[in-house]
Design a protein around this ligand. Structure first.
Ligand code: SAH
Length: 362
């Protein structure tokens, strides 16, 4: 049940139903119940395919937790409050979050922990890490229980399926996944059509022929559902991810296997697939649904505003020499512009009329 097996099934599917969107390909490659990447693998850490901010430094989850608990205090401490995380991975962010937020009286007692994760392998990791907080695993955002809401998501949006659209001579076309004569997968261009042009955000439609635009319908749908909820019930949602705002970089979909880049069609189910997040489109969808949007700001500005460096000083005082080095290099990786500091960005979606969460007020 490795990559080749899934490739053969994808080819059979395409021969029966025609070329599929890249989004459909991504959904199958990542989430097919038998052979999908997240169905079978533990992708995180040195032995996996990628390393995320909470795995690099405990300070990440700690300052996010303090900022959320502070927001909770500012909205008059609703009890209960739903504390939800999308794509918690190994549960590290939330463990650091809850430990730090314990300094805010009443917060932990009020928080009802809700986790949303497609991966059975990672849900088991989360159970081990966060079981003491009695989490409820929801099948999707639409299953998150009602009530005031705090939501966090780090490196979740980049895993959502994207579609790639190419500017043709007059209209736009869609890049599709097709089957080649030798039983492999290949990219093919669908026909130029006004219907495809309408999928391109208006401000990007006049790009030159050959330009590629990525759209992420699942991210826009999530933003709209979140906004709808936040107009009815008070709350805030924080998203941190790598991506862009304003001008678009073209094709960003990439496949990683064992920390190395491979072709996006080479190893479905074995390689991780992700794309840069279009924060402008995400923010627009949330605003269109009636929510307020703060940011995006760079991860560097966000963590600095949340006092990450002060937190580092405090931790260094109690640390052994070996721990000191790890703490210092960890935070540097997160905020250095040459590393994750500016590629990664944070955006907050809140109920309209609420004060901006800490980290977005500068
Ligand atoms: N937030 C964690 C993990 C990031 S990896 C961290 O920062 O370390 C992406 C996470 O999102 C994984 O836990 C994966 O299982 C989950 N995920 C990816 N696509 C998903 C989807 N469509 N629905 C729910 N969870 C998903």
């Amino acid at each position: 049940m490795s990559g080749p097996d899934l490739t053969a099934r994808l080819v059979r599917h395409i021969r029966a139903h025609g070329p599929m969107t890249i989004a459909s390909y991504m959904a199958m490659a990542l989430h097919d119940p038998q052979s999908g990447y997240y169905a079978r693998r533990q992708p995180l850490g040195a032995a996996g395919d990628f390393v995320t901010a909470p795995e690099i430094s405990q300070i990440f989850g700690e300052v996010v937790g303090l900022s959320c608990a502070d927001f909770w205090r500012n909205i008059s401490r609703p009890d209960p409050v739903v504390l939800a995380e999308l794509g918690p991975g190994l549960g590290t962010l939330m463990a650091d979050f809850l430990r730090a937020a314990a300094v805010v009286p009443g917060f932990r007692e009020a928080a009802r922990l809700v986790l949303i994760d497609a991966s059975p392998v990672l849900r088991e990791e989360q159970r081990q890490r966060l079981g003491a907080f009695d989490p409820f695993w929801a099948g999707g955002f639409d299953e998150v229980p009602d009530g005031p809401l705090l939501l966090v998501a780090n490196e979740f949006l980049d895993a959502l399926p994207i579609r790639q659209l190419v500017r043709g001579r007059r209209q736009w076309r869609e890049l599709l996944v097709a089957a080649d004569a030798s039983g492999g997968l290949c990219l093919s261009e669908g026909p130029e059509s006004p219907a495809v042009t309408l999928l391109v955000p208006p401000q990007r439609r006049e790009a030159p022929p050959g330009a590629i635009v990525e759209i992420c319908p699942a991210a826009s749908t999530l933003a709209a559902a979140l906004a709808e909820r936040l107009t009815r019930q008070p709350g805030a949602a924080l998203f941190v991810d790598y991506g862009y705002a304003g001008s678009a970089p073209g094709a960003t979909l990439a496949a990683i296997d064992g920390h190395r880049a491979v072709g996006v069609l080479d190893r479905p189910g074995t390689a991780d697939l992700s794309a840069h997040v279009d924060f402008t489109a995400f923010a627009a969808a949330a605003r269109a649904g009636g929510a307020a949007v703060h940011g995006p700001v760079t991860q560097r500005d966000f963590l600095t505003a949340l006092g990450a460096e002060t937190r580092l000083e405090v931790l260094l005082r109690k640390a052994s020499p070996a721990q000191r080095g790890l703490l210092e290099t960890g935070l540097r990786r997160l905020i250095d512009p040459q590393e994750m500091g500016t590629l990664f960005k944070a955006v907050a979606v809140t109920s309209p009329g609420l004060p901006a969460p800490a980290g977005f007020t500068g």
